[in-house]
Design a protein around this ligand. Structure first.
Ligand SMILES: [Zn+2]
Length: 169
């Protein structure tokens, strides 16, 4: 597997350090625009500081640090949601392969404490690094991808089960 060098992520890790806020449980500002899909037990959020286009996070709604703390129902829902996300990303971005990993705990270096989540990173043979983008172009492209993934997930996996973050006031 190729290692993706993503220096723009350092800002995110620094911004997140020590704030004690969980952006999955308590999304604010642009985090709230990143929601792609939700079920009764899981949420899908675009990574604001992606390794590649279409880099998304899937997390249980429950604020737990480890997979083994999930109920069977929550764990099954998380995996079903992963299947849904893969179908949606396939349809929109047609990656050649994926890097998928579970981050658990602070030591995993996620910049996100104590809320277990799955990274889904679409990959392409001969992919171009995202560092060629400036911040504005990256954000604009991300909004387009998020919109397309939302529609794709809704079409392929059914309407989101529960109100999403953008419904919050
Ligand atoms: Zn949380």
């Amino acid at each position: 597997m190729k290692i993706v060098f993503a220096p723009w992520r350092y800002r995110y890790i620094l911004e997140s350090a020590g704030k004690g806020r969980c952006f999955i449980c308590d999304p604010v500002g642009e985090d709230r625009d990143m929601l792609i899909y939700s079920t009764d037990h899981s949420v899908v959020i675009a990574n604001r500081y992606p390794y590649t286009r279409g880099h998304v996070l899937i997390a249980p709604r429950a604020h737990v640090g480890n997979i083994e703390e999930l109920s069977v129902e929550e764990a099954v829902d998380l995996y079903r949601t992963l299947q849904c996300v893969l179908r949606a990303v396939d349809a929109v971005l047609r990656p050649h392969y994926y890097s998928i990993g579970v981050n658990m705990g602070r030591a995993a270096g996620a910049g996100l404490e104590d809320h277990v989540h799955i990274h889904v990173i679409p990959r392409w043979c001969n992919e171009l690094p995202l560092e060629g983008y400036d911040d504005g172009a990256l954000m604009e492209d991300m909004r387009r991808v998020v919109g397309a993934l939302r529609r794709s997930a809704g079409d392929l996996c059914g309407e989101p089960e529960t109100p999403n973050f953008t419904d919050k006031t």
